[in-house]
Design a protein around this ligand. Structure first.
Ligand code: ZN
Ligand code: ZN
Length: 212
């Protein structure tokens, strides 16, 4: 398979730590916001897109808190001016771009699954969080034949089943440690069970704001 920049990014995040898609999402958001501020100042096309689509709470907050105050003020000016005519909350200009990039990354993951080496990397990768497992299950895979798509989705569901089983076990062990008779027993890594469960169930902050 031809190794594009996007494929290399996917392979990098498959080695962890944490959900590879949370990592890819974090990187994509950072990169997108960087170019967003540059475009804002140069008055590029993104002003029109921003006026049309608006921003979600997370991205409004991130833009307000960014060190680029001129870019932030210009974005807010666009939002204030367009708020008169925009009805309701239509979506988020930034989330939509991130979601498009993640869809492409999901297709790359499915293509990796077609190769033996890629399958090995996927099997060894850290657990995918639930929102990103949903993404892998929902995205169209135009370059996979029907049977292969099903095989890939079964692989994703099986990974999810194993992740949830190990989470349930960790939580049960964690809860048992609160029994005074277990106080002297070692934690064996289960002290992270609560934080790990939250990350798997919701993904990193921001995963839940992405439109499907
Ligand atoms: Zn994730
Ligand atoms: Zn957003």
């Amino acid at each position: 398979m031809r190794r594009s920049v996007a494929t290399l990014a996917v392979e990098e995040f498959l080695t962890g730590p944490g959900c590879p898609f949370c990592g890819l999402q974090r990187e994509t958001e950072k990169r997108f916001l960087g170019s967003f501020f540059r475009e804002m100042v140069m008055d590029g096309d993104c002003r029109a897109g921003l006026a049309r689509e608006g921003l979600c709470t997370r991205h409004l907050r991130l833009i307000g808190e960014a060190p680029d105050k001129l870019g932030a003020a210009l974005s807010l000016q666009t939002l204030v001016e367009s708020a008169k005519t925009r009805t309701g909350r239509s979506g988020c200009y930034v989330c939509r771009h991130i979601a498009e990039a993640l869809r492409q990354y999901a297709q790359i993951v499915a293509e990796l699954y077609l190769e033996e080496e890629g399958r090995r990397k996927l099997a060894e990768a850290p657990a995918f969080c639930l929102p990103h497992t949903e993404l892998l299950l929902a995205v169209e895979m135009p370059r996979l034949a029907g049977k292969k798509t099903e095989e890939f989705k079964t692989f994703c569901r099986e990974r999810r089943r194993r992740t949830l089983a190990s989470l349930a076990e960790d939580l049960a062990r964690f809860i048992r440690k609160f029994d005074y008779r277990m106080a002297g027993e070692p934690w064996n890594g289960t002290e992270e069970a609560v934080a790990r469960a939250v990350l798997i169930l919701t993904g990193e902050e921001g995963s839940e704001t992405l439109p499907r």
